[in-house]
Design a protein around this ligand. Structure first.
Ligand SMILES: *Cc1c(COP(=O)(O)O)cnc(C)c1O
Length: 423
């Protein structure tokens, strides 16, 4: 597991900082990230493809904390954005627009207009009607929009169905049988400039086989499209590389490079990668405190102060996260359900999990929570969003403060007139 979260004298540390010291200052629950882990994952990924002309574009939706994005941007990463808001974040930390990809199956006209103000790397278009929309808006603004077209390679991936995206039954991309027509359309639209071909087949993909299959199809298509006269500068492979959550030993970037490197080079394209989870997933933990313990007839419950609104992956995808005691005491282990305070039976982090016996106030670390954690959090049950802390060696920084009740109500207004006529 990640060496940057390890025990010293039975107390968990993130890099050089004791987790309990962080919680003493910021309270519980909190997300804690390790900067080293992010830096190492990026460098590992980038280095694996050193023999290929490429750009890693961090997929910001995995963790859009400004400091996380800033670390990756300063390492040279481009940024894959999935909304106008994500582009705003990228620009906020000074990402060069030339390294910003605007992806997403449902870009609004406002978002397209916003992105067109900047000289971004490309729009990843996902339908013919979107191509027409981008063309129309670019025309109004007197711009030429750089577009790549996301083609669905129709490969199946062994992952949770909610995060598989590369089958023709999914909403993403353009069906591969219709790709040629889409490129012809883009070519005919005066305010578009075709720059490349894109794919993204899913997330938490543990094997290289689906990438090989998709790559083989897509590189052939890229060559064919180029022959037909289209400007295919980039081939964007998307993201999806897995991290270990439980005992998986997923394929590494090096494995992937060995499996598809030669094919990628045949394409004679600049290769774009959009890893999200891989770069940040194991860099974060969610620390939570045991509020109560209780026993039903056949079950132990640990009721903790974090809920599904803070980390929804177990509820949404039945995702497995390791859960560890922050202070490993010499206790026997029990089997327990670890559940949150939200009024939903789906509010759990683990079921029938073996864990060291806990008492009230004990801290637990939900591991591998750096990706699709905080970004998917909500204020459900009017619960303030929790802080995010970045550890850098022996220092730590609160990069996002805990919300207050006032923060949550900020945009709401009580309108007296609504209750004036209650008859
Ligand atoms: C979500 C997404 C990614 C990142 O996926 P990971 O599994 O986190 O690597 C990359 N590209 C696109 C288009 C995405 O939607």
């Amino acid at each position: 597991m990640n060496p940057h979260f390890r025990y010293r004298n039975r107390h968990m540390f993130c890099e050089g900082v004791k987790i309990e010291d962080i919680i003493a200052q910021v309270g519980s629950p909190a997300y804690i990230y390790s900067k080293r882990t992010i830096v190492e994952a990026y460098k590992e990924f980038d280095l694996a493809f050193k023999d290929i002309d490429h750009l890693v574009c961090y997929s910001m939706k995995a963790n859009s904390n400004l400091n996380v994005v800033n670390i990756l941007a300063k390492l040279g990463s481009g940024i894959d954005c999935n909304s106008g808001g994500e582009i705003y974040r990228a620009l906020k930390v000074g990402v060069d627009p030339k390294k910003i990809i605007f992806a997403g199956v449902g870009k609004t006209p406002e978002e397209i207009r916003y992105a067109l103000q900047y000289d971004i790397l490309m729009f990843k278009a996902e339908s013919r009607s979107e191509l027409r929309e981008i063309n129309a808006i670019a025309g109004e603004m007197g711009k030429k929009a750089p577009v790549g077209i996301r083609v669905n390679p129709d490969v199946s991936v062994k992952t949770h169905p909610y995060i598989a995206t590369g089958l023709s039954e999914n909403k993403f991309g353009i069906d591969s049988s219709l790709a040629r027509e889409a490129f012809a359309l883009a070519h005919s639209l005066p305010n578009l400039k075709i720059v490349g071909l894109d794919m993204h087949i899913g997330s938490q993909i543990t094997e290289v086989d689906p990438f090989i299959e998709a790559c083989n199809k897509m590189v052939l298509l890229a060559l064919e499209l180029r022959k037909a006269g289209y400007n295919i500068e980039h081939f964007d492979l998307g993201g999806g590389m897995a991290i270990p959550y439980k005992v998986e030993r997923p394929a590494s970037p090096k494995d992937l490079a060995e499996a598809i490197g030669a094919t990628l080079n045949v394409s004679d394209c600049k290769i774009l990668f959009e890893p999200g989870r891989y770069l940040v997933g194991n860099a974060g933990i969610l620390v939570t405190k045991v509020l109560y313990t209780k026993k039903h007839k056949k079950k132990n419950f640990l009721i903790v102060d974090a809920g599904m609104n803070d980390l929804i992956r177990p509820s949404l995808y039945e995702a497995y996260h390791k859960i560890k005691n922050v202070h490993l005491k010499n206790e026997e282990s029990i089997i327990a359900d670890i559940v949150g305070p939200v009024c939903e039976s789906g509010d759990f982090f683990a079921r029938n999990r073996e864990i060291n016996k806990c008492k009230q106030e004990d801290l637990l670390a939900i591991m591998s929570a750096g990706a699709y954690g905080m970004v998917m959090s909500s204020n459900y049950n009017t619960r303030p969003r929790i802080p995010e802390v970045m550890v850098d060696g022996s220092k730590f920084y609160v990069t996002r403060a805990r919300e207050t009740y006032e923060d949550i109500l900020q945009k709401e207004t009580i309108i007296d007139e609504i209750v004036e006529n209650m008859a």
